[in-house]
Design a protein around this ligand. Structure first.
Ligand code: DC
Length: 242
């Protein structure tokens, strides 16, 4: 293997399928998983709980620096614990996404979280899911994927996901939310959402989750991120997922 502690970066806009792809990749490779969006969500969530204004850069950065957050592997990705409490469902709301995007625009917050993310690159490897994994956090990563899909496809996926969780939402509202969040993530001055120059852009609008997973596994094997392709633990259910 050429990299003792390789990183695969999976960046892209909300709802493009980064979370699903990253979870399946980490499982197939037996690698660690960094859900960086969850870190920003936790910061926003902690600010709400402590009545801290999301625009108060010093106070929010203080939260980001001192946050006692732990990620625990679970069947579906990771569960997120803050100070001994499982906050996974609390941070995964639409409001949680908006708050995360607001605090993520603060340079002091991004600085406070940078080292915490970089420290997670440990053997045998890391799959890092986010917006600036390939551009800022792991610029030397040997494989960078920028996963995208049309606005409509991303809103529809989120709609079905929320419906499956028993939440009633409006597709039009989700589409507006996604477009507003993308605009904020793309236009901020620090670490904006853009593909790294050496990223491979995959448009998943017409692809199933299984097809995307297969394509990225082939790229990883061709770049020798595994010493032996037979190390790949591809679950047929993941490889055929929609
Ligand atoms: O991936 P997600 O939906 O959980 O991310 C929530 C928000 O956090 C997203 O709108 C922007 C921000 N974010 C970021 O700025 N940088 C990252 N690496 C990950 C997320």
């Amino acid at each position: 293997m050429t990299h003792p502690s390789p990183v695969i970066c999976v960046d892209g806009p909300s709802g493009a399928g980064k979370g699903t792809l990253s979870q399946h990749l980490a499982k197939a490779f037996g690698w660690h998983l960094l859900d960086s969006g969850a870190l920003y969500r936790v910061v926003g969530f902690a600010c709400r709980c402590q009545a801290i204004a999301l625009e108060d850069s010093d106070a929010v950065a203080d939260i980001a620096r001192t946050l006692d957050v732990t990620f625990r592997p679970a069947d579906a990705g990771v569960r997120v614990w803050v100070a001994g409490e499982d906050v996974t469902s609390g941070i995964r709301t639409e409001e949680g996404g908006r708050d995360a995007s607001t605090v993520a625009a603060l340079p002091a917050v991004r600085k406070a979280l940078l080292l915490r993310q970089q420290e997670l690159a440990r053997p045998p490897g890391l799959v890092a899911d986010g917006r600036d994994m390939g551009t800022v956090v792991f610029p030397d990563a040997p494989l960078k994927i920028f996963l995208t899909a049309s606005d409509q496809a991303r809103a529809e996926r989120r709609f079905h996901q929320l419906q499956g969780m028993g939440e009633s939402v409006s597709l039009a509202r989700l589409l507006t939310d996604i477009q507003e969040r993308d605009a904020r993530d793309q236009s901020r001055t620090v670490s904006p959402l853009v593909p790294a120059e050496d990223a491979i852009v995959i448009d998943s609008t017409m692809l199933s989750a299984g097809e995307v997973l297969q394509a990225v596994c082939e790229l990883a094997v061709s770049r020798e991120l595994l010493s032996d392709a037979s190390e790949l633990r591809l679950d047929p259910a993941d490889a055929s997922g929609q």
